[in-house]
Design a protein around this ligand. Structure first.
Ligand code: UDX
Ligand code: ADP
Length: 467
């Protein structure tokens, strides 16, 4: 197969949270490579091309500067998927792989329809040999499926499929891409496969030390991504399980986390108790791991990981419950303000955010919810709640409201729920907020980010996680 010594053209399918930032950094670091990001969603592409860099579809600190530098030079965004794929030497697949909502594996398996349709498009239009890189998180053995589609083209074009999972976290994507702990590249252990791995490694070597580039067989690479996310999520569920125990015993979960985190075998990261993890990866990947374990008859393994999700659901319910109980089990007609709707700070992504589920529970109790989030739009918020289909869209709009500024969102509220750990929440004028609330004024700090002593001094009733 024809594999160029130095790659000169890349096409990335999918201009989302993974594809957009990743390609922007590759283009910035490798000015000799032409990088084109394609997406079927015309509005998204238009926004990636927008002169107003504050209107990019993905919000990430530092992203607009990178786009400003590379766009138009060697970074391009286009809707002409087929045309751009024809001659690209390397193709990244960064399409979404949500949990299946129908049929076999419903609610657990990853939905590969976007991966499949991308592979079919590549197979249809390719005019030259290509390296196809799986960037999206995919279940183990996806490469096999992709290979099968690609090898049935009958046009003489040859492909090598690589797995190069993305480990960036949203909110720190640019930092993570600039300075990753490691880059993982899995490929076929054949002569062509190894050459393809080298071609991709060369791209990363432009800015990443060689010893951080890990080359493996393709199945190890695919599985490692799921396992990394499962281990991270497991730590959060472990500390969240302990937070419930802290609530009952008088231990303080932040103190416990600090004490165990200083054990170098355990380490300090991912031990922040919270209202529950969200995001597009953790739940989806664990469900996927559970599904795979089950399909191999490994029921104990499946149950083990399923419990990580169970604790996460428990934590969201526990948080909502504490609000309902504190307000005398009656929320009807009471205004409750939400600080944050995103699944974590510094992103406008809301997929699987705890906010959606907590709001849903409180809305069943007819609470009047007012949400303020620095980066999430009103449209996104309603899409999220409508997606659950608990109520009709009209009813959702009756109970869920969007605040254009935080002070209005909290004015006249009975309680405030801190859902996302945005830094700016710490700097609010809490005395002023208290003065404008119904008394007793409650704060439910789902992230333990506020100064609870100070708030109590003002007169707030403070409920935190695990304290
Ligand atoms: C994750 C992985 O970190 C990343 O490597 C992978 O490629 C994609 O999935 P992401 O979902 O963007 O990244 O965010 P992450 O920082 O991992 O946070 C996930 C969720 O866990 C968030 O809701 C976050 O608020 C929560 N979290 C994280 C906690 O509740 N406590 C913690 O200590 C850490
Ligand atoms: P992620 O967080 O994995 O990046 P996103 O949903 O943010 O997920 O981005 C995935 C993108 O992939 C979406 O913008 C979607 O429109 C795009 N996409 C999905 N299937 C295709 C396809 N066959 N061709 C082009 N783009 C696609």
């Amino acid at each position: 197969m024809n594999i160029p010594k130095k790659i000169k053209s890349i096409c990335c399918i999918g201009a989302g949270y993974v594809g957009g930032p990743t390609m922007a950094i590759i283009a910035q670091k490798c000015p000799h490579i032409k990088v084109t990001v394609v997406d079927l969603n015309a509005e998204k592409i238009e926004r990636w091309n927008s002169d107003n860099l504050d209107d990019l579809p993905v919000y990430e600190p530092g992203l607009k500067e990178v786009v400003a530098e590379a766009r138009g030079r060697n970074l391009f965004f286009s809707t002409e998927v087929e045309k751009e794929l024809e001659y690209a030497e390397m193709i990244f697949m960064s399409v979404n792989t949500p949990t299946k909502t129908y049929g076999k594996g419903k609610g657990m398996a990853a939905d590969l329809k976007y991966i499949e349709s991308s592979a079919r498009t590549i197979a249809k239009v390719a005019k030259t040999d290509k390296i196809v890189v799986e960037k999206s998180t995919i279940p183990i053995k996806t490469a096999q499926a992709v290979n099968k589609i690609l090898s049935n083209t009958n046009n003489g074009v040859k492909f090598q499929v690589l797995s190069n999972p993305e480990f960036l976290a949203e909110g720190t994507a640019i930092k993570d891409l600039n300075n990753p702990d490691r880059v993982l590249i899995g490929g076929e252990q054949t002569e062509d496969g190894l050459r393809a791995i080298e071609a991709l490694s060369d791209i990363y070597r432009e800015w990443i030390p060689n010893d951080r580039i890990l080359q493996t067989n393709i199945w190890s690479s695919e599985l490692s991504k799921l396992v990394a996310n499962a281990f991270l999520a497991q730590r959060i569920s472990s500390i969240n399980a302990i937070s419930a125990l802290c609530d009952k015993t008088g231990a303080d979960v932040d103190e416990v986390a600090k004490a165990i985190g200083m054990d170098s075998r355990i380490g300090p990261k991912f031990l922040k108790a919270s209202v529950g993890f969200g995001g597009s990866c953790f739940q989806k990947d664990i469900l996927n791991l559970v599904y795979i374990a089950k399909s191999y008859g490994l029921d104990e393994v499946a149950d083990y990981w399923q419990n990580v999700i169970k604790i996460n659901d428990y934590q969201k319910n526990r948080f909502a419950d504490s609000i309902i109980t504190s307000l005398n089990n009656t929320l009807s007609g009471k205004k409750i303000a939400f600080l944050g709707w995103a699944f974590k700070k510094d992103t406008n992504d809301t997929r699987e955010s705890a906010a959606i589920y907590v709001a849903d529970i409180l809305m069943e109790d007819k609470a009047d919810i007012f949400v303020f989030d620095p980066k999430v739009t009103k449209e996104r918020m309603f899409e999220d709640i409508d997606y659950l289909q608990t109520r009709s869209p009209e009813e959702n709009r009756k109970y869920l409201n969007y605040g254009d500024n935080p002070y209005d969102a909290m004015k006249g509220a009975f309680a405030i729920a801190v859902i996302t750990e945005w830094d700016e929440f710490k700097d609010y004028d809490w005395q002023k907020i208290y003065d404008n609330m119904n008394k007793p004024a409650y704060i439910f700090d789902g992230r333990n980010i506020l100064d609870h002593k100070k708030l109590k001094g003002i007169g707030f009733e403070v409920n935190a996680i695990g304290k």
